[in-house]
Design a binder for this molecule. Structure first.
Ligand SMILES: NC(=O)c1ccc[n+]([C@@H]2O[C@H](COP(=O)([O-])OP(=O)(O)OC[C@H]3O[C@@H](n4cnc5c(N)ncnc54)[C@H](OP(=O)(O)O)[C@@H]3O)[C@@H](O)[C@H]2O)c1
Length: 165
């Protein structure tokens, strides 16, 4: 099982504010959907609660929480530890860690790939941050740069990193 982290960060590694994303960037949403559809997602309880319509469709959603009761529904599993989550999906090719900061911090040293959307902007008053990426440990595999347009208010880049083994 490969562990992939997927995240959108600003120029100071910010990822959220008031338990919400920093901005609406449709291109990032589209890329997120493309990469994660058909796979299992692992997320923290707060990120789950920030989703406007609950579990994301066409993907298995695993939510980690010490306070919510464990349960298993159609595409939603709530479990009490990361270890249990990884045990559930150990037969899969690639599992996506979709945040938030707590879960990123707890998994970055185990992850094989980072899919980073770099938003070329600094958001004021952000309150949640991605851990700093140690570039001695990560090799850039690909990078695509895009300019802001009518739908996407900031320049951005999709960058993929692989762990240096
Ligand atoms: N920019 C992005 O790509 C991106 C992606 C995702 C999220 N975000 C943002 O990140 C923010 C939320 O991040 P966050 O760090 O505050 O919260 P989070 O990581 O989403 O959730 C934290 C919660 O997860 C549970 N948890 C964490 N580690 C656990 C463990 N080892 N075992 C059991 N449960 C565990 C705990 O839930 P209990 O308290 O229930 O025990 C903890 O309070 C929001 O602003 C969101 O919009 C941004």
């Amino acid at each position: 099982m490969k562990i992939s982290i997927i995240v959108a960060i600003d120029e100071k590694n910010a990822i959220g504010k008031n338990n919400q994303l920093l901005c609406h960037l449709p291109a990032d949403m589209k890329m997120f959907r493309l990469l994660t559809t058909g796979h299992t997602l692992v997320m923290g309880r707060k990120t789950f609660e920030s989703l406007p319509n609950g579990a994301l469709p066409n993907r298995r959603n695993i939510v980690i929480s010490r306070t919510l009761a464990e349960k298993e529904e159609e595409n939603l599993i709530i479990c009490s530890s990361l270890e249990k989550a990884f045990e559930i999906c150990k037969e899969e090719d690639e599992v996506f860690i979709i945040g938030g900061a707590n879960i990123y911090n707890e998994t970055i040293n185990e992850a094989d790939f980072l899919y980073v959307t770099l938003i070329k902007h600094t958001f004021e008053n952000a309150d949640t941050f991605f851990p700093s990426i140690d570039f001695n440990k990560w090799r850039e595999v690909s990078r695509e740069n895009f300019a802001a347009d009518g739908k996407n208010p900031y320049d951005y880049a999709f960058v993929k990193y692989a762990r240096i083994l």
